[in-house]
Design a protein. Structure first.
Length: 312
């Protein structure tokens, strides 16, 4: 299943995403988590993103899109994914649609976790996250059993640097201005469903899974049927093509064998009879006449005149 979780910072969509990962065994892709990991690693990308994150502003689209594209092309994304914190504005949503269209895996559901703004403030400033296993607590609503320690793994809890009152105010403003318009974007595509994000986490999760089961499951079943019928059809076509190719090869081999046989026959016949033409040709060739040599005689030298004898 391919889902986008929409909701203001502090709406609890991250918590719901983690529960969905456990239930459906598909990866959660949180651009916030990916960016925080880059900041911790001190990478160039992290350095670029940190200033915007600390100010409660959005990190530039090209940085986030590059990151999400790389994440979506990993093999574990083939079985589906839960996008958490992405897209954050209309251009990101349009780019996501284009990416998924190229992969032939369109989004199936945009689920809005809806919480009133005054509740969000308390949730965000009171939020604490386990630095080791990622479990989320709230010092006002769901504190850990031991102060500042994770109930699950005992690691120290962390207060995100962007969960202070001033930054939270900016983040909520940015959400209203840039992210809230996505509600209408997905409504227009017929993919939006809303769940109230207040009350017990388990009760919210029940509503979330009810929506998923009713929205995606029937569609997924139909898709499985369509895909297996298409696969059967493709296999049939491939078998027919292979059969045709084999027949073609057989015909070509038979033709070649026939041609070789004919050639061999001709050669045999030629061996049996001496070639007539050659004998006739031999007869017809006239013997060359011996060439007559033309000898040019040099004119004989006139006899030397006898010198008159000297009279003494
Ligand atoms: P989050 O954990 O989702 O609340 O994100 C924390 C911060 O990371 C945000 O306030 C932004 O600065 C940044 N961020 C997370 N996701 C995106 C996104 N899709 N586009 C731009 N900035 C983001």
């Amino acid at each position: 299943m391919r889902i986008v979780l929409l909701g203001a910072p502090g709406s609890g969509k991250g918590t719901q995403a983690k529960l969905l990962v456990e239930k459906y065994k598909i990866p959660q892709m949180s651009t916030g988590d990916l960016l925080r990991a880059e900041v911790v690693a001190g990478s160039e990308l992290g350095k670029k993103a940190k200033a915007a994150m600390d100010a409660g502003q959005l990190v530039s689209d090209d940085v986030v899109l590059g990151m999400i594209q790389a994440r979506l092309s990993k093999p574990d994304a083939k079985g589906g994914f839960i996008l958490d914190g992405f897209p954050r504005n209309i251009p990101q949503a349009q780019s996501l649609d284009a990416m998924l269209a190229r992969l032939g895996q369109p989004l199936q559901l945009a689920l809005l976790v809806d919480v009133d703004t005054d509740v969000l403030m308390k949730r965000l400033t009171g939020r604490r996250t386990c630095g080791s296993c990622g479990a989320i607590y709230n010092i006002h609503f769901s504190p850990p059993k031991t102060s500042n320690k994770c109930d699950k793994c005992g690691a120290a809890l962390q207060h995100r640097s962007d969960d202070n009152e001033q930054t939270v105010g900016s983040r909520l403003k940015v959400y209203q201005q840039q992210t809230a318009p996505l509600v209408n974007y997905y409504k227009a595509q017929g993919k939006l469903r809303t769940v109230r994000g207040v009350g017990a986490v388990g009760a919210i999760f029940k509503n979330v899974t009810d929506i998923i089961e009713s929205q995606i499951r029937p569609l997924a079943d139909v898709m499985v049927k369509i895909e297996s019928a298409a696969a059967r059809q493709a296999a049939k076509a491939k078998a027919a093509e292979a059969k045709a190719k084999a027949a073609e090869a057989k015909a070509a081999a038979a033709k070649a064998a026939k041609a070789a046989e004919a050639k061999a026959k001709v050669a045999q016949a030629a061996k049996a009879k001496p070639p007539m033409k050659k004998a006739a040709e031999k007869k017809a060739i006239p013997k060359a006449k011996p060439k007559t040599r033309v000898v040019i005689k040099k004119p004989a030298k006139p006899a030397a005149k006898a010198k008159p004898k000297k009279v003494k």
